[in-house]
Design a protein around this ligand. Structure first.
Ligand code: ADP
Length: 275
């Protein structure tokens, strides 16, 4: 609140000079920008040595038949850890680029079905390995969105990957897509029967570095930036995201809405809305 002399009053009634507030805000903005620049540089520097490591491991893989069992096991562990590291560093790079406005999207008309199917293909092995049942019935092939296929596959893959990570063995992951209630929009939905999200965290899971629980198993754990990359990319496509859960143990549902690029069927011919 401003008092008659132009001084600002805080909620506790203390008086502060308005210019101090403006200065503090500018300082915070600068610190935030410096943090983004630091993260971008860090991600670049971490990325560089990963490519030769990958080449080296692929070469070893080619001759792995001649290795003893233990050697092959170690090679498998190194490859999985390297995949995990590449994934983390890519997320870091993406979030830095999104915040700096440096991501360029292709804008083409793509089938919603293709997006979902390709995303599922990328995560199927993980879901199978974790004994989770996948429910996926496909999407009307006529439904299309305008956007970047690789990036949208990354977005849905990220949600599916989280569903796999946060759902215990024997759980169910359901992938759906279709026409949204809102005219001109399509939806994508990933629902799991996993550990769920406490109500007070639902508004924060898309924030950078937000994590509901500290991961004890670091092979599974991330940095808490996957969902902020999802939100950033979806918003660059003109869409929006949401997270729902009835609470811990009750599973989670993540939804995305994207502008459609096909011509909607006449209203009377539309199937009943599912969202
Ligand atoms: P992380 O790398 O930690 O998975 P994300 O940004 O992808 O980072 O997710 C942020 C946090 O949101 C996670 O740490 C987890 O606590 C929570 N979360 C995300 N997806 C799910 C899910 N399907 N079920 C339960 N919690 C989830």
């Amino acid at each position: 609140f401003l008092d008659p002399t132009g001084r600002a009053k805080t909620m506790t009634g203390a008086c502060v000079d308005i210019t101090d507030l403006v200065r503090a805000r500018e300082a915070l903005k600068l610190a935030d920008r410096q943090k983004d620049d630091f993260l971008a540089t860090l991600a670049h520097e971490l990325r560089n040595p990963l490519a030769p490591l990958r080449t080296g491991l692929d070469l070893l893989q080619n001759v792995s038949a001649g290795l003893p069992d233990q050697g092959r096991q170690v090679l498998g562990i190194m490859q999985r850890q390297l995949d995990h590291m590449v994934h983390l560093v890519d997320d870091l790079l993406d979030i830095a680029r999104i915040r700096q406005g440096k991501i360029l999207l292709r804008r083409e008309s793509i089938s919603l079905h293709a997006v979902l199917e390709q995303a599922l293909e990328g995560v199927q092995a993980l879901l199978d390995a974790q004994g989770q049942v996948v429910v996926w019935e496909g999407v009307d092939p006529a439904l299309r969105v305008t956007g970047d296929l690789t990036r949208l596959v990354q977005v849905v893959g990220n949600l599916l990957n989280n569903a796999a990570k946060y759902t215990p063995r024997g759980g169910r992951v359901t992938l759906r897509g279709g026409e949204a209630d809102q005219a001109g929009m399509l939806f994508i939905e990933v629902t799991d029967t996993g550990i769920g999200i406490p109500a007070q965290m639902l508004d924060h899971v898309f924030d950078r570095f937000a994590q509901v629980q500290q991961h004890l198993d670091h092979a599974q754990g991330g940095l808490g930036i996957g969902l902020s990359v999802v939100k950033g990319l979806v918003e660059m496509h003109g869409g929006r995201v949401s997270a729902e859960s009835a609470g811990p143990g009750a599973g989670s549902r993540f939804r995305i809405w994207l502008p459609r690029s096909d011509t909607p069927k006449p209203a009377e011919a539309r199937l009943p809305s599912r969202v």
